[in-house]
Design a protein. Structure first.
Length: 212
């Protein structure tokens, strides 16, 4: 009888171990959507606790950077990337915007929140067949940047265009005094660019600028 009891206890203990093991050894999984990484199981909380305990350990800095870099840090497609590069190239050379001379200035940093605001507006114009800085709900670029998570007091300016190619878009911006000023403004530090294919000229483009 004691042998049966001993075997029963062993089986129950083993059953408990096999049941609880996945909960102790879950690997967090990341789902990327629009460049954002989000945990899809409860182990993310445990993982964050571990990160807090190793922040000062130089040997794991690469792991921390890996986690942080899951958040998109750049244009979402080749068209946006090309306009981003052409815009910064334009800022490297002094030019007249209308009758006012603007000296060469620093490159703009890419900002995800500005990119989200710009892309959302480009897609809205395509989907709702309009072309304006004012959205169909009455919002302006400051409202859209804030809604995307960018500080409202840092919102600087917005350029929009309807063009076929990135080069034609930036050329048109440079040739227009008001748009040119937005590109050459030394007080602007960040930019996000949105592109949506369609419309009468092949695509709608939005540049959102920020001072932070």
């Amino acid at each position: 009888m004691s042998g049966w009891i001993f075997l029963t206890v062993i089986c129950l203990a083993f059953g408990q171990l096999t049941h609880s093991w996945p909960a102790q050894d879950q690997h967090f999984r990341l789902r990327t959507a629009l460049g954002r990484a989000e945990a899809i199981d409860e182990s993310w909380r445990n993982f964050r606790q571990k990160l807090k305990s190793i922040r000062n350990n130089n040997e794991v800095n690469d792991d921390l950077n890996f986690v942080h870099d899951f958040k998109r840090r750049g244009p979402n497609n080749d068209n946006e990337k090309e306009v981003f590069e052409l815009t910064n190239k334009a800022r490297q050379q002094g030019r007249y915007c209308g009758s006012t001379w603007y000296p060469a200035t620093t490159e703009l940093k890419w900002n995800d929140e500005l990119g989200d605001a710009a892309r959302g507006h480009a897609e809205s114009m395509i989907d709702n067949d309009y072309f304006s800085h004012t959205d169909i709900d009455g919002s302006n670029f400051v409202d859209r940047e804030e809604a995307a998570g960018y500080p409202r007091n840092c919102a600087a300016a917005e350029n929009i265009a309807s063009n076929e190619t990135p080069q034609a878009t930036v050329d048109a911006f440079i040739e227009s005094p008001g748009h040119c000023v937005n590109i050459m403004n030394k007080n602007s530090k960040a930019i996000g660019i949105g592109y949506a294919e369609g419309g009468p000229d092949g695509g709608y483009w939005v540049q959102d600028f920020g001072r932070c």
